[in-house]
Ligand binder design. Sequence first.
Ligand SMILES: Nc1ncnc2c1ncn2[C@@H]1O[C@H](COP(=O)(O)OP(=O)(O)OP(=O)(O)O)[C@@H](O)[C@H]1O
Length: 450
Amino acid sequence: MARDPIFAGSEAFCERLLIKKSVFFKRVSAFPVDLAEVSLLNKLIRTSLVESSHSVEILQQDPSSPLFSVKSFEELPLKKELLQGVYIMGFNRPSKIQEMALPIMLAYPPQNLIAQSQSGTGKTAAFVLAMLSRVNATEKYPQCLCLAPTYELALQIGCVIETIGRFCADVKVTYAVRGNRGESGPEQIVIGTPGTMLDWCFKCRLIDVKKIKLFVLDEADIMIDTQGLSCQSMRIQRALPKGCQMLLFSATFKETVRAFAMRIISNPVVIKLRKDELTLSNIRQYFFVCRSREEKYRALCNIYGSITVGQAMIFCQTRRSADWLSMEMSQDGHQVAILTAELTVAQRANVIQRFRDGKEKVLIATNVCARGIDVQQVTIVVNFTLPTGQKNRPDFETYLHRIGRTGRFGKKGIAFSMVESQNVELVVRQGMSSSNNHEVDESDRSHGQN
Ligand SMILES: Nc1ncnc2c1ncn2[C@@H]1O[C@H](COP(=O)(O)OP(=O)(O)OP(=O)(O)O)[C@@H](O)[C@H]1O
């Protein structure tokens, strides 16, 4: 069978799976766990979890790293208030995507851009710097719109705008998200989810789309390829004035989606990754072979029994399976939070905040949280169920986004996937499982709509 393009060049990934699987295969099937194995596993994992303050700098000097840059922020065309904001964020040097995209985004006449870069490599900061550079502080109406697929992500991006833009006097952000009616009138930068933004543009007319000069689509591939998100985003995009600059960002773009994006965006500059660059070497990937949900759970307990886990995100495909797992883990004494699309937005924001603050060490989530969320302390990601899309096909893009919740900006991270035994051959051949997944429940196959 032909390998999916996402993993076709990722020999290292497959190799690692094959090399390490013997360790994990034994661990799942042989209970209680052998002490020698525990020690080996610990050694293996500690070496990859040790966080060195030098590691980012080293990566930033390695030309093959996505964090590499030949330039400094000072050499990029940024005004001094923004440089101060960058320093507040603690950034020393730009990443590759920041170095490449910023001169394009800030050029005159404005250029459209479709940009791809691995998860956690600083895309958000890149387009935030572009928005803050373009905005005219003396004009008090919305000038930049940014759309994100989920409420949480919109808030997170807004937070980055507020921090980097701290020294830009009179530049403000408004959140076009569920629950905010925009009574006080939207500010110069509006960040939101497509549904609410659409209402603000066309129903309540809080935003004059004809005055927008910069439009950002974050997680652009699902924003143009997911029902609902797509109609809303495209309606806004089509209404923008001719000279409006459009910036599309994501860690993944299926070829068909990129081709579509190139048709709707006029004359874009395209930054894309080669297939073999999609996975990051700082995120080590392993899988367990399990026969049942209970065996998956025992494998998970083994991870906890063997290594020191900082914070973990565990992904399930359905709310039902997330609920079950949360109950099991809580009964075993873990501090667990659960995040699914069924919670209200306020509850979801609260869950994320508590997890960020370290109040819960484990976040069990469905795909609602697979993209964009940046919690630096996440050291492991577990795919309790591998992601599947329509017709139960493996969803490689979501897999990449999920594992990208760890290993942020060069940090070390580990991703474990629980593979049902009937899918092992496919995992080895394709790089991950084609899931014949019994836990999938259509109502919960959310790609993270708001
Ligand atoms: N130049 C930089 N130096 C150091 N840290 C940085 C730099 N740029 C971004 N970061 C940090 O790296 C982390 C990941 O950045 P960000 O969230 O922008 O990544 P991303 O590419 O948008 O990820 P995703 O694809 O998951 O959305 C953040 O915590 C951010 O503050």
